[in-house]
Design a protein around this ligand. Structure first.
Ligand code: P6P
Length: 355
């Protein structure tokens, strides 16, 4: 039997390979106006940064001096990995001579980095965590980069970038790169959440998933239970609940991006609560919690401090931290209910004591 000749051009696969990140951004903005072109160009530069970091990660183990600690501590008081510095420099370099981004604010820099030649033109600020989860780098486990794009408000004459201290609703775009078995870029411009996979043979991020929706509920709870001893009682009560009920499974990698990506696709909740000593928790608002909260709400999920919507929080400083409860709406609300119940009981006890 004569089998039909395969088509010379498989329209579907060719079109898929042509649905690159920059094309998708223009489709999202459904226009070719200057702002759309700028956003598309910015996303393209972020993609370039992701490719450079991915390339370095894939061979760092074979490169002298690529892994390990620098011996310095960053503004967070954390030991700095050589990969943190490399990735931070990459994000700065890809925006030089771009005319796009005037300021970069990073976990690795106490103050924003200004690119003066861009400032007369570029009114955008990129906030980013260049390598999130860097404790995983030396053991070849997944790490990520997280980014948030904002428009500069007014003139930043004192170089303190006070205009960045705004709620997360002011974000123009947000996303992350997951450096795993493949390199995945997930982003949103406020028009849904979309994922791209890097095709190394093309050097392009190719569309993999459009309008991703987080399940309303999922089995995963992701938290560092080693911190149990220092949590508020309300969080301990939640953990005891999931320990005693069927249908939950614990997953925690020590790298926020990978833990979040699992929950985005499979449902569940990630939490990094505050502690009695550090009520504000560990994760930074402007370049970790806020961009992920932007994505989560776009995907139909929820993100809070446990008591307040993350995107409503207005930070008092660039590197402000917040507790984070993020993921499927039903699972986030279950955590919040334990916090609300505990708070109500505390108030009742206090009112009885006073009366
Ligand atoms: P812990 C990595 O340092 C990070 O900022 C996040 O990527 C991660 O979720 C968290 O800290 C892990 O912190 O205290 O559980 O090691």
């Amino acid at each position: 039997m004569q089998h039909p000749e395969p088509p010379i051009v498989n329209e579907h696969s060719l079109d898929r390979d042509c649905t690159t990140l920059s094309r998708h951004v223009l489709q999202q903005l459904s226009s070719f106006n200057p702002e759309a072109q700028d956003i598309s160009a910015i996303m393209n530069r972020i993609a370039l940064a992701a490719k450079l970091v991915s390339r370095r990660l894939s061979k760092a183990g074979l490169m002298a001096g690529a892994l390990g600690f620098t011996g310095e501590t960053n503004v967070q008081g954390e030991s700095v990995k050589k990969m943190d510095i490399y990735a931070n420099e990459v994000f700065i370099s890809v925006f030089k001579q771009s005319g796009l981004v005037c300021r970069l604010a990073s976990e690795e820099m106490e103050k924003p980095y200004y690119i003066p030649e861009n400032c007369p033109v570029g009114r955008y600020t990129l906030l980013y965590d260049p390598i999130d989860g860097s404790s995983n780098v030396d053991i070849n486990l997944n790490v990520g980069s997280i980014f948030s794009l904002r428009q500069q408000q007014g003139e930043d004459l004192d170089g303190e970038a006070q205009d960045l201290l705004q709620s997360g609703d002011r974000q123009i775009a947000a996303g992350y790169v997951l450096y795993g078995p493949s390199t995945v870029l997930v982003y949103s411009l406020g028009k849904g959440v979309h994922s791209f996979i890097l095709d190394p043979s093309l050097g392009e991020f190719i569309l993999a998933g459009e309008n991703i929706k987080i399940p309303h509920h999922g089995p995963v709870y992701s938290v560092n239970e080693g911190n149990y001893w220092q949590w508020n009682e309300s969080i301990r009560e939640y953990i005891r609940y999931v320990h005693r009920h069927e249908g939950y499974t614990a997953r925690y990698s020590g790298a926020l991006v990978g833990d979040f990506h699992r929950i985005l696709l499979q449902g569940g909740v990630f939490l990094y609560p505050g502690t009695v000593q550090k009520p504000e928790g560990k994760l930074r608002l402007l370049y970790e919690s806020s961009p992920l909260a932007f994505l989560t709400e776009q995907a139909g999920g929820k993100a809070s401090t446990g008591e307040q919507r993350i995107l409503d929080v207005i930070p008092d400083k660039l590197h402000a931290r917040t507790p984070l409860v993020i993921g499927s709406t039903k699972d986030v609300e279950l955590v919040e209910s334990f916090i609300q119940d505990w708070t109500r009981r505390q108030l009742e006890t206090e009112s009885v004591t006073v009366s």
